[in-house]
Each structure stands twice: as structure tokens, then as C-alpha cells.
Design a protein. Structure first.
Length: 287
């Protein structure tokens, strides 16, 4: 998925910290156990010597396979003896090993070159945190979108607001559940208070949880940050050209509230046009 370099870097640091903590705690725990149980310490020394001997077998003049089998049997017997000692003293047989947060990848984040589920979960959480800095993401879901605000009386053109809102809600939910990088774009058009932002963020909630990257911002803030980036004042900006162009889903809220000038018009046009050409979905809300 097209996460920013910053999010990827944060995820790597989290994984690295998890590994370091697990291995440090295991080392301290191991030293404590070996101090209390000298026989365990002796067995660990023997196991280390066997490991070293196996690694040096390329110099062995005799039958290497037979020698390896012999050493492995010896190692197996020592491990069994060690486990018995640990168990009889109230310890787990894995007490000397690091207790990684993810046992599938040992907090490395990858399994056979592919991202582990724990790595993907971290990326999703970081993506949620980033969007939540600027929008009430947790408060805007499909489940708490209320249809009670919409009248059941037909308006002048015969349309029943409640029925129309139900259709829009259902379409938005299906869009989020079936979202892919090839999804079409959406525009929410209507006056203030009709739920445009709520539905945009409800979609973002589902899309983020499915492992896609989302960039959410008002047109005003996006234009301001891209202007700052263009002039080199990018030390405190949130939105970069790379982020708004390359994210899996871009949500531009309140289009039309930005200051109308040639730069902003050109900026919004460039963003939308580029994403259309690259077939990247965008959600726009405007009144």
C-alpha cells in the first residue's frame, strides 16, 4: 500500500523497539535463572559449544552427516534435560527465549519477504493516528450515521430526503467495503450539515482498516501546505505533493472554502487531474 515514508519509518522503529525489548528482557531473565540454577548455565554452555562445533564441521575429515546427527542427538538430550530442570523449578521451558510480541515473525515484520500481519496492523494504526490528528475519525462511522435528521416528507421535486440519504449511506458503505486502488471517485454535494464529512470519514475508517493509505484534509489546508512546500517552508507542513498524489485514497473536504486565486485553482486542478490520469480514487465534498 502507498503509505508515506514517514509512516513506514515509524512502523520499522516500533518493530525494532519490540525486538530490542524482548531480547533484553530475555537476556536479563536468562541470567537470573542461570544464577539460581547453575546446572542450566552449564547446559547452555554445552549447547553453545555444540553449535560452534557444528558450524566448524566443514573442516571435519570424516563423515560429516554422521557427525552432525551425533551432535544433534546430544543437543536434543541436553535440551530435554534443561527443560526438565526448568519445569521442576516452576519455569516455562521457553523461559530463556525472547517473548516477542508477534511469534510469527519474531517482531521482524516480514515472513519470507512478505509483510507480516503485525506489520500491516501497525501501519493501519499509524495511518489512523495521522488522520485522527485532523478529523474526528473515531466518531464518524457508518453505524452512528443517523438518518433521523432527514425528513420523510417529499420536497418540491418529489424526492424524500430520508430515502435519498439511505441510498447514499448504502452506496458509501459498499464503496468502502469494496474499495480498491481501481475504485472510482466520489463527490458529496450538498449544503452544510447533511453529513458529507461524516460519510467521508466513515469510508476512511473502513478503507484504513483494510490496509489502504488515506490522506484527508480541507482544500484550504492542502493548498496552504503545498504552497509552503513549493517555497521551501516545509518544516511544519502536513500535506506534501507526494502524499496527496500517491495515497490510495485522497479525501478533499470543503472544496470551495479555500481562498480563490490562480495558485489555488491550479493546485486543486493539478491534484484532481493527476489522480484521474493515474486512476487513483478521490472523494470530494463541497457545498
Amino acid at each position: 500500500m502507498a503509505y508515506s515514508n514517514e509512516i513506514y519509518a515509524k512502523a520499522e522503529r516500533i518493530l525494532e523497539k519490540r525486538r530490542e525489548n524482548a531480547e533484553t528482557e530475555a537476556e536479563l531473565r536468562s541470567e537470573s535463572i542461570k544464577a539460581k540454577l547453575p546446572e542450566v548455565k552449564n547446559i547452555q554452555t554445552q549447547l553453545n559449544e555444540i553449535g560452534l562445533e557444528i558450524s566448524q564441521l566443514f573442516l571435519y575429515p570424516g563423515d560429516k552427516e554422521a557427525k552432525v546427527a551425533e551432535l544433534r542427538e546430544k543437543s536434543k538430550a541436553l535440551v530435554s534435560k534443561r527443560d526438565t530442570i526448568l519445569s521442576s523449578n516452576g519455569y516455562s521451558t521457553d523461559a530463556l527465549k525472547p517473548e516477542y510480541t508477534c511469534s510469527a515473525c519474531n517482531d521482524k515484520g516480514y515472513i519470507n519477504g512478505r509483510r507480516c500481519a503485525c506489520h500491516i496492523k501497525i501501519l493501519c494504526e499509524l495511518m489512523r493516528d495521522e488522520v485522527s490528528r485532523f478529523a474526528p475519525l473515531d466518531e464518524c462511522t457508518f453505524d452512528n450515521f443517523s438518518l433521523d435528521y432527514y425528513s420523510q416528507k417529499p420536497d418540491e421535486d418529489g424526492i424524500v430526503p430520508r430515502q435519498r440519504a439511505e441510498k447514499i449511506l448504502d452506496a458509501s458503505r459498499r464503496f468502502a467495503q469494496n474499495f480498491s486502488k481501481d475504485s472510482k471517485s466520489l463527490m458529496f454535494l450538498g449544503s452544510t450539515g447533511l453529513g458529507k464529512t461524516h460519510l467521508s470519514l466513515a469510508i476512511a475508517n473502513v478503507v484504513i482498516n483494510r490496509g489502504f493509505s488515506v490522506c484527508y484534509g480541507t482544500s484550504h489546508n492542502i493548498c496552504e501546505d503545498l504552497r509552503a512546500e513549493m517555497f521551501g517552508r516545509d518544516d511544519r507542513i502536513t500535506y506534501t505533493n507526494s502524499k496527496v498524489i500517491n495515497c490510495d485514497l485522497l479525501i478533499i473536504d470543503d472544496l470551495g472554502t479555500e481562498i480563490t486565486n490562480q495558485y489555488n485553482i491550479a493546485t486543486i486542478y493539478n491534484i484532481i487531474n493527476t489522480r484521474i490520469l493515474e486512476k487513483k480514487p478521490t472523494i470530494i465534498s463541497t457545498n
